[in-house]
Design a binder for this molecule. Structure first.
Ligand code: FRU
Length: 487
């Protein structure tokens, strides 16, 4: 398939059922299909959308182009879950089928209102001469998952002073009003977060641009989110083109958070925004969506993939996945991220490891497991995730002298994205013990460091299912556990 404008933007009804069936068949044969991460049946998955608790279930949607491993005409795919771990496929929810979303039903969020779910998303439109128009659109989903799009846009393009790159509305209810924070860009190329307000969800007024320091917003803000943890407001966003002198990152685009002392959405004012920090020190996490869930938890889910990089699964006609659902907590102004407690339901057989362990062999037909290891102060541990064929590995080097956790994905047998570096480093306090919780699911890793103080996430592609852990360490006090996950 040659991917040009025409093929990327072919309307959905012009793709034949048999073409899609063939793609799905091809994708199912991939050795890189994960066991417990949300991944597309075919084509390209990107941002999580509309994460919410509605109708007695968790609802989660994601951006998808079902016809190939490229960014094309996007729609929303819908999934539901009772436990945040096992997801049911509910089919395509929002298709790009009106004049306001003709070139993509882009990212958005959702909020339950009475017995319906209100969805706010961006309609991406390209004119004949390929100029961008953006509409913030609304839709209602009922308890039978039927979706009714509102016939008129909620917001047409951006106010004066901003370009038509305005997208990814984050909807939130506060003090009896609805607010939407939308990512945007000023005419002089600065990223911006724009705040709108509504009483009844269908009429929206512009309140202003959040007074974030222009140095931290890059040239375009994507996917802004606002959550409250222990009453502290936290902004999560993707400042494209962020100056590396402001924040040292290696990924093509960063995903960051900033803790605020306060926020006044009416006047679009933040109080003392902390300097942004990376949400993830790994390779591929982006476009995180976070919510304050009705059970009191702050939850987040990230896209594991980045634009403008080729991934090994492209040749199999699929790309990317979502992260596990993470719980966010705060301590001393620092954001902690951990897999939700429900993830422990995946654990089956347990194996202990200690300072004498050299290798743990797991079920070679599974590929999904988790390990928790405490590395004593002033020691080193090299952990290699390999396969039974022993022809490649993903390597973690933990040095508690330096306070450094390094991941290297150059030796897997199928390297990619090397232009953006082969390794990533996460730093913790030197001369202290470090606790590592590493999740491996066939072709994705999520490494949670010191109870979620930092996270490193990434894809990696071995030639066979990961089933071997090689342990090189210089401390007899090393302690850990490995759990197979259910298949
Ligand atoms: C972020 C993003 C969003 C946009 C969506 C389109 O990855 O570029 O800004 O709405 O993806 O799929």
């Amino acid at each position: 398939m040659i991917w040009n404008r025409q093929t990327r933007y072919t309307p959905y009804n012009e793709w034949s059922d048999s073409k899609v069936a063939d793609l799905k068949k091809q994708v199912q044969q991939s050795k890189w299909r994960m066991k417990h991460h949300i991944q597309p049946d075919s084509g390209l998955l990107n941002d999580p959308n509309g994460f919410s608790y509605f109708n007695g279930k968790w609802n989660l949607f994601y951006q998808v182009f079902p016809f190939g491993p490229v960014h094309g005409l996007k729609s929303w795919k819908h999934l539901t879950s009772k436990n945040l771990v096992d997801w049911e496929d509910e089919g395509l929810a929002i298709k790009p089928d009106t004049k306001y979303d003709s070139h993509g039903a882009y990212t958005g969020t959702a909020i339950p209102v009475n017995d319906k779910l209100f969805i706010m998303y961006t309609g991406n439109v390209r004119t004949k001469d390929w100029k961008r128009e953006s509409y913030q659109l609304g839709a209602w989903m009922n308890r039978d998952n039927q979706i009714e799009k509102l016939s008129k846009p909620l917001i047409v393009n951006a106010p004066e002073g901003y370009t038509t790159s305005i997208r990814d509305p984050y909807i939130i209810q506060k003090n009896g009003k609805y607010f939407a924070i939308v990512g945007g860009q000023t005419n002089d190329n600065n990223g911006a977060a724009l705040v709108y307000e509504s009483d009844g969800l269908e009429d929206w007024n512009f309140n202003g641009e959040l007074n974030l320091d222009g140095k931290i917003t890059g040239y375009m803000v994507e996917c802004p989110n606002l959550i409250f943890i222990d009453d502290k407001p936290v902004l999560i966003f993707c400042p494209q083109g962020l100056d590396k002198n402001e924040l040292n990152y290696q990924n093509i685009y960063p995903n960051v958070y900033s803790v605020l002392d306060g926020i006044d959405l009416k006047n679009a004012k933040v109080e003392n925004a902390s300097h942004p920090q990376l949400l993830d020190d790994g390779f591929d996490a982006y476009a995180t969506e976070a919510i304050n869930a009705p059970d009191g938890r702050a939850l987040a889910v990230s896209w594991i993939g980045l634009p403008e990089i080729d991934y090994p699964t492209d040749s199999e006609n699929w790309a990317h996945c979502l992260s596990l659902i993470k719980e966010l907590t705060m301590r001393d102004g620092h954001l902690y991220q951990n897999p939700v407690a429900e993830v422990k339901e995946l654990r089956t057989t347990e194996v202990n490891l200690d300072g004498e362990s050299e290798q743990i062999d797991l079920d070679r037909n599974n590929g999904s497991f988790e390990t928790e290891i405490t590395v004593p102060a002033n020691t080193t541990l090299n952990l290699k995730v390999a396969n039974a064929k022993d022809d490649g590995y993903l390597e973690f080097s933990i040095d508690t002298n330096k306070g450094e956790i390094k991941v290297d994905r150059s030796q897997t047998g199928n390297p990619f994205g090397e232009k953006f570096g082969r390794t990533r480093i996460s730093s913790v306090k030197a001369h202290k013990s470090v606790k590592i919780r590493l999740v491996i699911d066939v072709s994705v890793f999520e490494c949670y460091i010191d109870n979620g103080y930092s996270v490193m996430t990434g894809r990696f592609f071995l030639n066979d299912l990961p089933s071997v852990l090689k342990i090189e360490n210089n401390s007899s006090d090393l302690k850990g556990t490995v759990w197979e996950w259910r298949k």
